[in-house]
Design a protein around this ligand. Structure first.
Ligand SMILES: CCCCCCCC/C=C\CCCCCCCC(=O)SCCNC(=O)CCNC(=O)[C@H](O)C(C)(C)COP(=O)(O)OP(=O)(O)OC[C@H]1O[C@@H](n2cnc3c(N)ncnc32)[C@H](O)[C@@H]1OP(=O)(O)O
Length: 191
């Protein structure tokens, strides 16, 4: 299979997995279905273990051209405009898997999305790797499950090894959440 075909296949599997996680989070299956599901999942887990590869060869979370960088365990997002390291803009949506309560996204999943966006902004091609030193999220309005959202993430300023980043998540004109973060460029030998 070509690298392009492998990437497309990964995207299709992850999309399926995302729908599965949403269905699982919404369901209360009967005993028979639950047992069948457990059995099928165990079979697929064993099958996939045979194909384990080192981190550098994985698609999951490492494929910037795919939705959510090829992951089902972050909220869905796509980057529509990218001028790294200055700015990223795009669309996002939180499926039922990310429900906190009363129709709103879990508070921990919103910084997960921000950290992901900042990670891409601060680790664009050609830049030395950096890690999150802090990430502060202000929750301004609930993030509704299934709502079509937009985001912007940008580099506010750079001071030596320190990259100060900011982001906003909106539902229409409403700012639902804002974040500011510090990413620090790693020194040689740092993990
Ligand atoms: C390598 C990663 C990327 C690889 C990418 C591969 C491909 C995929 C690409 C993209 C995918 C994107 C996917 C998302 C990724 C998201 C990123 C994460 O979630 S990373 C995980 C969470 N973060 C940690 O685990 C950090 C743990 N902490 C540390 O390792 C260190 O504390 C570190 C590196 C952050 C800083 O430690 P020091 O020893 O290198 O540096 P010191 O000297 O302490 O600080 C440097 C400056 O920063 C300030 N500073 C450090 N921490 C601060 C803090 N918490 N608050 C305020 N200032 C802080 C200090 O005061 C200092 O400032 P002064 O130079 O004196 O002005």
């Amino acid at each position: 299979m070509t690298a392009e075909a492998s990437l497309r296949q990964h995207d299709a599997v992850v999309t399926r997995l995302r729908h599965f996680l949403d269905a699982l989070a919404s369901a209360a299956p009967d005993e028979q279905s639950g047992e069948r599901l457990r059995h099928d999942l165990a079979r697929w887990t064993e099958d996939l273990r045979r194909y384990a590869v080192p981190e550098s060869r994985r698609y999951y979370g490492r494929s910037p051209t795919l939705a959510s960088a090829g992951q089902a365990t972050t909220p869905w997002y796509v980057v529509d405009e990218a001028t790294p390291p200055e700015r990223l803009a795009g669309r996002a949506s939180f499926g039922t898997f990310f429900l906190g309560g009363r129709g709103a996204a879990h508070g921990g999943t919103i910084p997960l999305l921000f950290d992901e966006l900042f990670g891409w902004l601060a680790n664009s091609e050609g830049m030395p790797p950096s890690r999150t030193a802090y990430l502060t999220t202000n929750y301004r309005a609930v993030v509704g499950i299934g709502r079509p959202l937009t985001f912007t993430a940008w580099t506010d300023r750079v001071e030596g090894r320190k990259r100060f980043l900011r982001a906003e998540l909106r539902d229409g004109d409403t700012v639902c959440a804002e974040a500011d973060a510090l990413f620090v460029t790693l020194r040689p030998g740092q993990p």
